[in-house]
Write a protein that binds this ligand. Sequence first.
Ligand code: TRP
Length: 325
Amino acid sequence: MKKIVFSGIQPSGTIHLGNYLGALRNWTQMQDDYECIFSVVDLHSITVYQDPKALRRKIIDTAKIILALGIDPKKSTLFVQSDVPAHTQLYWILNTITKVPELELMTQYKDKASKNRSTMAGLLNYPVLMAADVLLYDTDIVPVGEDQRQHLEITRELARRFNDLYGKTFKTPEPLITKFGSKIMALDNPLQKMSKSAPSPYNYIALTDSPEVITDKIKKSVTDSETVIKYDPARKPGVSNLLTILSLVTNRDLKAVEESYFGENYGKLKIDTAQAVISFLSDFQKKFYSLSDDKVLSILKSGSKKINKIAQEKINEVYRKVGLK
Ligand code: TRP
């Protein structure tokens, strides 16, 4: 039996090159060896207010991006979280065994909560919904970025706690944290990660950016006042970021890329990086623009139909264990 992989992506913000190189590329590479389940986690995204019209569009576009990147609905299951009610049902059950202080300890919660005067309960309970996503499917492996490590630890803890209290029901999943490539920095501030929700589009390269926009953004990217091209993230974060991007999109060794720019100037590095990114994204962009909304919606429908059965069985088992049924 193939091991089960589950991961989710929020339909908020703009999906960018960092998301692809850090996480989504892993998804496409895992399809042959694992039973993969991927979800557009729309319920997670509304823990921060989303404009309703824009949200609906983003849900479809996020699925479209995933499909255009090479997730094959014949091999993997793709669905929208809110189409499968068992996620919120299990979420509630798990809430009854989650301690408020352990949620308050989460770094992502603390970061987001510190920016608001009153914090919504949904933001605090975010990791519990994520645990429900993963535990419903007896998931073995969860590919995520480093920033989700804590949430996976809570997921594992909740699985063990439920099993201790009610008898063996859930598998304890393992995180798969992408190392290299998971840290693509922002073009306009290479000390921070490329961000989906950055206020300025010069922060990121959206997967759907046109060649002109990509060139403009990379040309304007922040480097430093020296003239030497060298991979040195601490001293030269901007240049190092461009070298990292160039090596990832051309599939070349970072060291070899660095050496090939010995004696070259920043302008050349930027133009070459832009060209490489444009050709790296060109197949994806062709597919993205040729996929109709109807096609995407029909793939999502069959995904949720298939997955609802599995999820419903699990929630029935949980309800029986707890004594609700
Ligand atoms: N919290 C994840 C993120 O922001 C998204 C997510 C939701 C997820 N549910 C998940 C990832 C389950 C992996 C497994 O990146």
